[in-house]
Design a protein around this ligand. Sequence first.
Ligand code: IVH
Length: 668
Amino acid sequence: MSPKDQIKALTAELRQHTYNYYVLAMPTISDYDFDQKLEQLSKLEKQFPEFLDPESPTQVVGGDITKEFVTVKHRWPMLSLGNTYNEQELIDFDQRIRKSIGDNFEYVCELKFDGLSMSLTYENGKLARAVTRGDGAQGDEVTTNVRTIHSIPKKLDNGNYPDLFEIRGEVFMHLKAFERLNKERVDNSEVPYANPRNFASGTMKLQDSAEVARRPLDCFLYGLYTEKTLFKTHWESLEAVKNWGFHVNNHSRLVSDINGVLEFINHWDIARHDLSYDIDGIVIKINNYSQQQELGFTAKSPRWAISYKFKAERVETELLAVTYQVGRTGAVTPVANLKPVLLAGTTVKRATLHNADEITERLKLHEHDTVFVEKGGEIIPKIISVNLDKRKPGTKAIEYINHCPACNTKLLRADGEAAWYCPNDEGCPPQIMGKMQHYIGRKAMNIDGLGDETIETLYRQDFIKHISDIYHLFERADDLKKLGRFGEKSINNMLDGIERSKQQPFEKVMFGMGIRYVGETVAKKLVAHFKTIDNLMAATAEELIAAEEIGGRIAESVTEYFADESHRQEIERLRASGLQFVAEEKEVNLASEKFSGQSFIISGVFEKYSRDELKDIIEQNGGKILSSISAKLNYLVAGENMGPAKLEKANKLNIPIISDEELLAMLS
Ligand code: IVH
């Protein structure tokens, strides 16, 4: 290939990767490989400057803007950092600095958080705007979503902060939350995210801030931008913003020379595995602001800072087979079974394959291929690519299955979805068992004496086909004994546990039913809002959306579930067995009767209170909460981001629209 064509091909490839990473939040190569290719392109461009494209990925920061959000120009461009991968490159960086500003300077070492960068603007101590990095010059305004991040102050109480400032940091998801929510996604037949970074960035791109609020994100702040320089050093500014109430990472260190930097790196190369969040490297910054200014910037990054990236561990191994799992919602997940291999301290035997396209389009896997497996920021090892040099001639390409591996029903794929699923929810064993196993689980009905294996045995021996059959095991105690699988004591334990589960509160039953998108939190919110199963079954999608944290996707899933006659029958069977389908009444001591006879709807997002808190205030003062706007309504309490349809309806009916502050003023 001519150098010109080589540059062209590399440019196109890197653009695609940039798009996958920034816009789709679904990178298909590792950061390390990306940087290697970028480096290769940069070398070629230096050698043949006549072919340099001004829009080359080496010349721009990269990224794109999602269409649905308002685009905002950054007051100060959001640049990226130069990367280094070994000690020598860092020592070279240190020498460049010395050449420029002499020996009298300090470094601040920080962790490089693996999330998405965010710029926050505060006006008069209030969070005014949150903007993503976008292409570095302008980004998406995502303030409503960012408001759901607890660690980001909406209003500052302490400190001598300026009227206007910008503060930048990294939004990320803790590993625990990532694992929990990803498991929920698998349970709900949704495609799991590959790593917490993609989960965080996918979350920020959502239009439904109720869904964003369900996904706990956090943010470490690491850069202050003001019109007038307030501090002499970066370290002082970090200390100050910590006092203003921002979440600043406490592992940052001030060191006097490059040896201190190298010590910091060596420590965190190991200790990073004990953190509760992912980092992908270390950021090194010159501490003094006037020295930073002296060093200045290149087109895309500051000369006063650099990052050191940890190398993702990668190994080669053989693909033994691709197997398929069917989840309780019918989603089929392909899994690569690998020849066991040691990677980042653990033996890896399996790797995720995500979906059909991963096998047939991206990797184009053949039987017994030798594959590269990596565990970078990823929790679950991932197949990065195939070592084609080692492919044995004549091996067959792996084809995705088109029938359910468990019940042989033809698989379906919904428009626009990546996952295939088995539609035979009433007859497919792993789906039926999975639903019952979910129901008895610790977070749902927590039935002691009944475990996943027992469910499997009881199902295979024709004792239980539906959840409600669990409550008819009492009548079959003798048959259970005859099975010879369980002793008398364990049968009694099982039956006691089943009996006790009848007292589990409605929200646990609701979660246990396993309705798509109804996780623990959503179940609680639905029960708190609708109080009884009958109200819930009768609710329209619009009424569901009026409940706190319930978005369109959940509303649709709930109405679809209750529209199914077999689900209604199952609920009736459970009700007949004595399960709880009414919310536990909390003792309400009325604070006053001031709102007696008045009705309210609360809509939108509020700065100081959650919708549930406002609801409690109204109810404790004798007021009523309605679920939809009608002429009967007395007040609409409106926060930010209220739907325009609601506003229009309230205006049409001449219903007074009040703020949370006005509501509270009515009480005083
Ligand atoms: S400082 C001029 N500090 O890394 C660039 N960035 O590759 C100032 N990042 O876009 C960035 N942890 O999203 C800085 N402690 C840290 C960081 C950090 C993570 C991210 C950030 C930035 C990217 C640059």
